[in-house]
Design a protein around this ligand. Structure first.
Ligand SMILES: *Cc1c(COP(=O)(O)O)cnc(C)c1O
Length: 370
């Protein structure tokens, strides 16, 4: 049995979380402040605000930017559903635009044509930890006077032309669910260079209180999206270990590449890298020449106890989106083709060389090159 993902927790994390447990401060203490300072450093931003999930981070970003009823946000249908749901939370409309089949990220060429007077923001997702074309998106956002939001929930530590993902737009989000590169159990982070937005997010995450935290004064309609001290302490050690963790993941990706390169019918993630980009490996997602091959490989792996998942199903074809917006299929052909042909393999830091060989052998057997 090989699982799809596994967190990488050492004695250091366990010790640090235990220190919190032995203290009287389980929420609203110093570990959160430390975690935020470290996250701002990783994103290259002035401010970072820890919150209870990546989804909460995205929700608060849209609220802080004043996006709401009657507004449109352009985004990708090839992502985890939260990157589109957050637009619906604030009463705005997600306007999907198709992906570039080469990178699987939102295609800047399609985005320009979707801009209307109602457009308030472009919400870019760095899919599988590979940064989207931020030069183009920054240009389009600036020329049209709209915000640029980065869903960097899969891309902590990635770089676009030497600049860290998350800090390239108006505001960015990270997520720390256990399948991400680093985890806090549940948790997320908002990063930005704008003091005003950081303050609003901080307040919204804490029941609308002022930054001075006067306990029972509520300035605005807020939420409880706070990150507790146990999670933040775990996050501090995980972030300290980020370089080591990303290097281990890169090694695993390289082993997969050694195992699978040259296999016909296969497009490896390494083929999707563009020059000047340093990915942060989130998943190892193969792309097959047809849905039939993908499904046969998935079945063969599952039969041998090797977990795999068809990442991502298209958001616009999720039952809820079909019902709410009457999508039928065919609207975003590149996204739908990717959704039909992509498969995520087991991918985590401690995956061993021989396990990768075993996975590779099953794939090669099905595809017929062995
Ligand atoms: C994981 C993820 C999120 C949400 O993170 P949670 O912490 O699970 O709420 C948002 N967007 C993308 C692209 C993600 O992969």
């Amino acid at each position: 049995m090989i699982p799809l993902s596994r967190p990488d927790i050492t004695e250091k994390e366990i010790r640090r979380v235990n220190e919190v447990l032995r203290s009287p401060y389980l929420s609203g203490g110093t570990a959160l402040k430390e975690f935020e300072a470290k996250a701002a450093r990783v994103a290259g931003t002035k401010y970072a605000v820890g919150v209870s999930s990546g989804t909460a981070a995205l929700h608060l970003i849209l609220l802080a930017l004043g996006i709401g009823e009657g507004d449109e946000v352009i985004t990708t249908p090839f992502s985890f559903v939260a990157s589109a749901n957050c637009i619906l939370y604030v009463g705005a409309k997600p306007v999907f635009s198709d992906i570039d089949p080469q990178t699987l990220n939102l295609d800047p060429k399609g985005v320009q044509g979707k801009i209307t007077p109602r457009t308030k923001a472009i919400l870019v997702v760095h899919v599988f930890g590979f940064p989207a074309d931020m030069d183009e998106f920054r240009r389009i956002a600036a020329e049209n006077g709209v915000f640029l939001i980065e869903d960097a929930c899969e891309a902590i530590g990635a770089q676009w032309r030497g600049q860290p993902a998350g800090g390239l737009g108006t505001m960015g989000a990270f997520a720390f669910y256990p399948n991400k590169q680093i985890t806090t159990g549940e948790g997320g982070m908002v990063v930005t260079n704008e003091e005003e937005y950081a303050e609003i997010v901080q307040s919204l995450s804490n029941q609308g209180r002022k930054p001075d935290n006067s306990w029972l004064t509520h300035e605005r309609l807020g939420y409880n999206y706070r990150l507790d001290e146990l999670s933040a302490a775990l996050g501090c050690v995980q972030l300290d270990r980020l370089p080591e963790i990303l290097a281990a993941r890169e090694q695993v990706a390289t082993w997969y590449q050694e195992e699978l390169r040259g296999v016909p019918e296969l497009n490896l993630p390494q083929h999707r890298l563009v020059p000047g980009v340093k990915p942060s490996w989130f998943l190892y997602v193969l792309r097959f020449s047809s849905r039939e091959f993908r499904d046969r490989v998935a079945a063969a792996l599952t039969e041998k106890g090797i977990e795999n998942k068809p990442y991502f199903p298209a958001i616009h074809l999720q039952p809820f989106y079909r019902r709410a917006f009457n999508y039928q299929g065919g609207e975003f052909p590149e996204t739908e083709r990717a959704a039909d042909t992509c498969l995520a393999l087991p991918f985590y830091n401690k995956l061993r060389r021989e396990q990768i060989r075993a996975v590779g052998n099953i794939i090669k057997k099905v595809v017929g090159s062995k």
